[in-house]
Design a protein around this ligand. Structure first.
Ligand SMILES: [Zn+2]
Length: 165
């Protein structure tokens, strides 16, 4: 376990001060957030949330994939989510490469990834609109579900809301 010793040690301190034992698995603020795995994003902090408030769904590029839709269905009908914010960010690695680039890069490691779709983002605005539409038009989600989009600026900490037109 040596690769994780620092984490186990940190958890001992965390658990000693743990105060969230009363929380349930329902999203207390009725919020679902789809965002990127980028390590600069602190979804709770930047949205003024605390543990228990929201369902946070993360993947490379904050894309609304089939698995994100599956998770949102569960979040909405079982776990109290009543609004969804899709939140990609500036300087996203996914907007700097194409799927073909990724296949080339992995090939150099002797790995053939051509059976994987990476959902890279050549046009971030278009991708976000597409992803918002995917949620809005999903037959599995309530038609009136509020769905918002905003781009998080990793250099200023500010959110730039995007409106669907
Ligand atoms: Zn990203």
């Amino acid at each position: 376990m040596s690769a994780f010793d620092d984490l186990i040690a940190a958890n001992v301190k965390y658990a000693a001060k743990f105060r969230n034992s009363e929380l349930t698995g329902r999203a207390a603020r009725g919020l679902g957030v789809v965002t990127c795995m980028d390590s600069r994003i602190d979804p709770l902090g930047l949205l003024g949330l605390k543990p228990g408030d929201a369902k946070i769904l993360r993947n490379a590029g904050a894309r609304v994939t089939d698995d994100v839709l599956r998770t949102l269905v569960l979040a909405v009908y079982l776990l109290g989510v009543e609004r969804v914010l899709v939140m990609p960010h500036t300087d996203c690695g996914m907007s700097k490469v194409t799927d073909a680039d990724v296949h080339d890069l992995t090939q150099r490691h002797g790995v053939d990834t051509r059976s994987l779709e990476f959902h890279t983002v050549p046009d971030q605005d278009a991708a976000l609109r597409h992803d918002l539409m995917r949620i809005n038009s999903s037959p599995f989600l309530p038609s009136g579900l509020p769905v918002g989009g905003a781009i998080y600026d990793v250099h200023t900490g500010k959110l730039l809301p995007v409106t669907l037109t």
